[in-house]
Design a binder for this molecule. Structure first.
Ligand code: 2BA
Length: 146
């Protein structure tokens, strides 16, 4: 049985724990796969959001999908990187959170995902909630309670 105290923690808003959009590495729809590969490699992240010109979230792009797209049967077809567009590779079906959502909802997603995108009602990208941030808060909470 979960006590009131635990519920307080679970019902904390994620608002103050979001990594804001301006600090999140991203690519834009229309960028080619070469640009995406550079961003993914330089930042070191394995997956990043794809935004449109109005900063609305359109999907997620992973390093794996980019490299997979240029794997030929016998060799890597680097020249294809400029021909492929990010929107051909991104995953567009996404679960998202709102800034008003609680840790509880964040937890449920971050068990399976390393991060989840946070969007406004109109789809504008607000930032991400990462597994690292939520685990740090959980650790703080556990150490304070016991
Ligand atoms: P991954 O790139 O697979 O990274 C897994 C974990 O490795 C990260 O967990 C972080 O602890 C560490 N890590 C990887 N690259 C790092 C870097 N360049 N600087 C510092 N630490 C790094 P989380 O921090 O929980 O992030 C979970 C996932 O969220 C990352 O998975 C990445 O896909 C995404 N992410 C995190 N911060 C991001 C940012 N500023 N921009 C874009 N995507 C971000």
């Amino acid at each position: 049985m979960i006590s009131i105290k635990h519920k307080d923690f679970l019902f904390t808003s994620i608002k103050d724990y979001i990594i804001p959009a301006e600090k999140v590495a991203h690519v834009q729809v229309g960028n080619n796969a070469e640009h995406a590969l550079l961003v993914l490699t330089k930042t070191g992240y394995s997956s990043i959001p794809v935004l449109d010109a109005e900063d609305k979230l359109q999907g997620l792009l992973s390093m794996r999908t980019v490299t997979d797209s240029i794997l030929g049967l016998a060799h890597i077809e680097y020249e294809r990187l400029r021909e492929i567009s990010v929107d051909q590779l991104m995953r567009a079906e996404l679960d998202t959170l709102k800034t008003t959502d609680t840790f509880q909802k964040g937890f449920d997603y971050l068990i399976d995902l390393p991060f989840i995108c946070v969007v406004e009602d109109d789809g504008t990208f607000s930032g991400i909630l990462t597994r690292r941030v939520i685990l740090k808060q959980l650790k703080k909470y556990i150490y304070n309670v016991h």
